[in-house]
Write a protein that binds this ligand. Structure first.
Ligand SMILES: C[S@@+](CC[C@H](N)C(=O)[O-])C[C@H]1O[C@@H](n2cnc3c(N)ncnc32)[C@H](O)[C@@H]1O
Length: 426
């Protein structure tokens, strides 16, 4: 692979075993996936996919062969798995935060958000780019996550919330040097000037993060670039101004990485482990304070919604309403402004009729009547066709026990509720 001369000049003296590093660019990128344990166990999914090697530092994560294609497979449609680059799995494995309210400031398409949602009580998953925020929302719905709200703010717009988060994850936009093997555009578009412009953005983003992190909270910073100026230098610059302390990463992850200036800031290299380039560090906030969270979300009450909940999952849930859409809030407080997803959407009223939402079947499918179709029936379902069965009322279509979508049973027919935009065309 032809790498930019200026990039090589910059990196030559900072990478251990430079010759092996350069040779690694001729190898194929490494691929992996995470099992969505909200919907299926590792054992059941691997039983169906075939056994494979576990990513040694990340729970529920496994490598994929270079030619394996799962993107259009029913397991993927049902959110049983999420494809993620193996080194990107290392960041959150290195710093196992537990509980509290988290913010993922640069979240799309959502790999790290999905991992983080399983570690904390609730999460605001933010993405500045509207199209990418839509993809993020789709991924969160597919995985059936209940504790994630999606927002579409510029980082400085989030500052208004004050110091309310226990964890802030910053997987910041960067010059992408670590992705050269996967993405030729990243090689073509690389320039020193672009890397320098990334630093300005990174410094602004990390300062916005400080404004919303509580005292004692954890700030996790990561990039997919090797550039020292975008990694260690950004952290050093930040720590020279703010009262933070670096956190020791877990040994099981650190063993697969190297470091440049401080052993607590880790670098994942493609010639030292199976994966692309990644940098990560975590810091504990020593100064600052704690702000009062925004006001609690107002609860709604609606007879049709209550009846629907009782019919499907046999109980009611606390829910809210926004613009005619009923949802189970992901957060204990209300976010105003650019909120793309406030929690799990139950459905909306159209006149007197209540229309349930796909999001509800994906997230709460395990709690309702399940219909596990044959392979032929599943294919018909994914193409938008009706199935047949005895259930009267709503239920979830499942695969390996994980809900892919909903149906409504009437007169022996299962009306297909899988959204048109997600259906298979052929
Ligand atoms: C490295 S990607 C995030 C990947 C994501 N964390 C994941 O695991 O799937 C960085 C994200 O930052 C967003 N971004 C770009 N400019 C930004 C800015 N000025 N402030 C915040 N985010 C920005 C990009 O749109 C992109 O989605």
């Amino acid at each position: 692979m032809d790498l930019p001369v200026e990039f090589i000049a910059e990196i030559k003296n900072i990478v251990p075993d430079f010759e092996a590093f350069i040779s690694s660019f001729d190898n194929k990128p490494s691929r992996a996936f995470r099992v969505n344990t909200l919907k299926v166990s590792d054992e059941v999914l691997l039983g169906a996919m075939g056994k494979r090697e576990a990513v040694p530092y990340a729970e529920h994560c496994y490598y994929l062969g270079e030619d394996e294609k799962w993107g259009n497979h029913p397991f993927h449609h049902a959110g049983l798995m999420y494809m993620q680059e193996p080194s990107a799995m290392a960041t959150l494995s290195a710093f196992p935060v537990k509980g509290g309210i988290a913010l993922d400031m640069c979240a799309a398409p959502g790999g790290k958000t999905i991992a983080l949602s399983g570690m904390v009580d609730c999460l605001v998953s933010n993405e500045v780019n509207p199209a990418r925020a839509a993809t993020l929302k789709g991924n969160i719905e597919r995985m059936g996550l209940k504790n994630v709200a999606v927002t579409n703010f510029f980082p400085s717009e989030i500052e208004k919330y004050g110091e309310i988060f226990d964890v802030v994850l910053l997987d910041v936009p960067c010059s992408g040097e670590g992705m050269f093997r996967k993405d030729e555009t990243a090689v073509r578009e690389w320039s020193k000037a672009h890397s320098i412009s990334c630093v300005a953005r990174q410094k602004a983003i990390i300062r916005s993060a400080d404004k919303v992190l509580k005292r004692g909270g954890t700030l996790i910073y990561s990039t997919c670039t090797f550039s020292k100026r975008e990694n260690e230098d950004v952290i050093d610059d930040f720590m020279s101004e703010f009262d933070y302390e670096l956190v020791e990463p877990r040994g099981t992850v650190a063993d697969f990485t190297a470091y440049l200036t401080d052993r607590r800031m880790r670098r994942f290299y493609p010639h030292l482990a199976s994966g692309e380039g990644q940098f990560f560090a975590a810091l504990t906030k020593r100064g600052g304070g704690e702000s009062k969270p925004p006001k609690a979300t107002k609860r709604a009450s609606d007879k049709e919604v209550d009846a629907f909940l009782l019919d499907t999952i046999g109980k009611t849930l606390p829910y809210s309403e926004h613009n005619g859409i009923f949802y189970v809030p992901a957060l204990p407080f209300e976010l105003s402004g650019k909120v793309a997803l406030g929690g799990v959407r139950i459905g909306r009223r159209e006149g007197k009729v209540f229309k349930p939402d796909h999001n509800f079947f994906s997230a709460y499918g395990s709690e309702m009547y399940n219909f596990e179709p044959s392979e032929e029936e599943l294919s018909r379902y994914l193409h938008g066709e009706e199935l047949f069965g005895d259930r009267v009322g709503y239920g979830a279509i499942t695969i390996l026990g994980g809900a892919i979508g909903g149906f409504k049973g009437v007169d022996g027919r299962y009306k297909n509720l899988y959204p048109k935009g997600l259906r298979r065309n052929q």
